[in-house]
Write a protein that binds this ligand. Structure first.
Ligand code: HEM
Length: 145
């Protein structure tokens, strides 16, 4: 069940990355109607990801890496960069949405150039981390309810 929740979360975050790419393609084509729809879908998927991720964490605690030693450093570097950028991504997305809905598209555009790569990095690494833990993870217990 723990891995199932992790897999659902990983699919949701990967889909949010796909929706972001669709949103970028749409705005490049000048589609100001479907761009917001794609980006709001991406935001909803990322929010749902968070629900499943927190559910897994709350019910089963954290998962520890128990794979080959020579990959441990690379895994934790990936996990650290993913976690830090995921924390940064949340406020960036809210700021983007706020400026878009206020009609401040200049500010929106400027911040979007940073936020999109961060979002895509977080989505891709989230999926990779889930795949690694599916194979090499072991329960580390933790705060499980
Ligand atoms: C968090 C979600 C969003 C992301 C990641 C995002 C991302 C982007 C990106 C990458 C661009 C193109 C920047 C460039 O040309 O270099 C852009 C432009 C734009 N976005 Fe968004 N967007 C989001 C939500 C929205 C929403 C909700 C709206 C409308 C209410 C909106 C309206 C626009 C408009 C009108 C432009 C074109 C601005 C211009 O060319 O002057 N975006 N956005």
């Amino acid at each position: 069940m723990s891995q199932l929740l992790g897999d659902i979360a990983a699919v949701l975050i990967a889909l949010s990355g796909v929706a972001v790419i669709v949103g970028v393609v749409l705005i490049r084509r000048g589609d100001r109607v479907r761009h917001p729809r794609a980006m709001l879908t991406a935001t909803a998927l990322a929010g749902l990801f968070l629900v499943f991720y927190l559910l897994k964490w709350g019910l089963y605690g954290t998962t520890r890496y128990a794979g080959p030693e020579e990959w441990r450093g690379a895994y934790y570097a990936l996990l650290l960069s993913h976690t830090v950028l995921a924390a940064v991504n949340g406020p960036l997305v809210l700021w983007l949405l706020y400026n878009a809905f206020k009609g401040r598209f200049g500010v929106h555009k400027a911040w979007a150039r940073w936020t999109v790569p961060v979002w895509l990095y977080v989505a891709a690494t989230g999926w990779v981390i889930d795949q690694v833990l599916a194979r090499y993870g072991e329960s580390a217990g933790g705060i499980g309810f």
